[in-house]
Design a protein around this ligand. Structure first.
Ligand code: FO1
Length: 307
């Protein structure tokens, strides 16, 4: 069974670990968000791709949900002594990933190629595809000016007001090799419980991807990142508001219409079922907040259920 997933970072990583416990990794394709990519100390950092790779390699830091487990930050401290910006915490071993990626990109390799190399080197058998090899950057419009996603999320701790979100470069971007084909030939497409505006939104903004989602014969199944009127984690609520989306599974379904066939929502959102079904989205109640590995696998099992 070929399972294709659209994925952001931390929330997606948990479900992907669950899916990898249910299907062989080689049957799993991840289309990852690169709108969060950024340059730190001259290095190209792809946080969401790395989070997914580390999760499937079994080396992701479980507490933080990003970076490597048992990481040290000696280089970060040394950079601080030189007066460098240190609001983005690059770990010592994580740096090896960014150094390798940056060198390969400078040598003319595509982001897809270097991503595949990094994943293979870490023993990940799943196919990890960036949404595009072209630069697409999620820019957050605030009353004080535009910020990159990482400036907004990490440096400003998502505490500034948001007036809009742009996917810079998206209209000129092409899907990375294999992305459209993977969607078209999938047996199941899964939209991970990631932020609809800043994690899945940039993927959908790449021309051709929404058309492929609409045309695929595979059911497209989503897992709501919103539970009981709030995001499970992160600033999804504030960002959805800028798009006029209700902060509920209904807002998630609206962002993914008309191609979303089925949505798993938390039991506490039972009240949304009638309206969701009216929108043409089959709805399943589940335990959405993944607090343990068993829980990740259980939710993945529910996602894989045929209806
Ligand atoms: N998130 C933070 O909240 N603070 C950090 O300092 C931070 C560093 C970091 C380094 C490498 C990496 O791959 C991810 C990192 N993240 C950090 C996570 C990242 O900012 C976000 O979780 C994603 O971009 C959102 O999906």
């Amino acid at each position: 069974m070929r399972v294709v997933t659209l994925a952001g970072g931390t929330g997606a990583a948990k479900l992907l670990r669950g899916l990898a416990a249910c299907v062989p990794q080689r049957d799993l394709t991840v289309i990852g968000n690169t709108g969060d990519d950024t340059e730190i100390w001259g290095l190209h950092v792809s946080p969401d791709l790395d989070t997914v790779i580390y999760a499937l390699a079994g080396t992701l830091d479980a507490e933080r949900g990003w970076g490597l487990a048992d990481e040290t930050f000696q280089c970060l401290r040394a950079m601080a002594a030189y007066g460098a910006d240190t609001w983005f915490n690059l770990g010592d071993r994580d740096l090896a990933t960014h150094l390798t990626r940056t060198r390969a990109l400078r040598d003319g390799q595509s982001l897809s190629l270097v991503t595949a190399r990094l994943a293979a080197a870490l023993g990940v058998a799943a196919r990890i595809l960036p949404m595009s090899d072209d630069p697409v950057r999620t820019m957050i419009r605030t009353p004080g000016g535009r910020l990159t996603f990482q400036e907004y999320f990490v440096r400003e701790k998502a505490l500034v007001d948001v007036v809009g979100v742009d996917y810079e470069g998206a209209t000129a971007a092409q899907p990375a090799p294999g992305v459209l084909d993977a969607i078209r030939t999938a047996d199941l497409v899964v939209v991970c419980p990631s932020n609809p505006v800043t994690s899945v939104g940039p993927i959908l903004a790449v021309p051709g991807i929404v058309d492929a989602l609409s045309a695929t014969a595979a059911p497209v199944v989503g897992v709501s990142p919103i539970v009981g009127g709030a995001a499970v984690r992160g600033p999804a609520a504030a960002l959805m508001r800028t798009r006029g989306l209700p902060i509920s599974p209904l807002g998630v379904a609206s962002a993914y219409r008309p191609w979303l066939r089925r949505l798993l929502i938390d039991r506490s959102d039972l009240a949304c079922v009638t309206e969701l079904e009216r929108l043409g989205v089959q709805t399943d109640l589940a335990e959405i907040v993944m607090k343990s590995r068993e829980h990740e696998t259980e939710l993945a099992r529910r996602v894989l259920e045929r209806r």
